[in-house]
Each structure stands twice: as structure tokens, then as C-alpha cells.
Design a protein around this ligand. Structure first.
Ligand SMILES: [Zn+2]
Length: 63
């Protein structure tokens, strides 16, 4: 998290203090943006599909 170093363009106070609506909006947006938040839903679905396919392939080969 680096948002505590950000300075608001609207009120020139640290965004982490949330002094104005612009601060609070930026803070909420930045708190939601982690490296995993954008990746997780789709990446997990793809990973699960790949795993299921691999297991099915292995089961088919060994059976
Ligand atoms: Zn502000």
C-alpha cells in the first residue's frame, strides 16, 4: 500500500486522511487495488479449469 504517501489534488492533504470526498474516493479505490484483486477471480477460474483438465487427462491415461 502506497496510498498513504499520495497527496490529494483537490485539498492538498494526504489522501490517507480522507479530508474531502476526492480523498475518500481515491482511498477506497486504492485500497481495493491490490495485485491479487484484479487477478484472483479470473486466474482462479482458469487455474481450476487447467487442473480439472489435467486430472481428467491423467485419469483417462491411467484408466
Ligand atoms: Zn482531498
Amino acid at each position: 500500500m502506497t496510498y498513504d504517501r499520495l497527496v490529494c489534488a483537490n485539498c492538498a492533504a494526504p489522501v490517507s486522511e480522507g479530508r474531502c470526498p476526492v480523498c475518500r474516493a481515491s482511498r477506497e479505490r486504492l485500497q481495493q487495488e491490490s495485485p491479487w484483486s484484479g487477478l484472483n477471480p479470473t486466474a482462479l477460474i482458469v487455474l481450476a479449469a487447467v487442473l480439472i483438465a489435467a486430472v481428467a487427462l491423467l485419469a483417462h491415461q491411467t484408466a
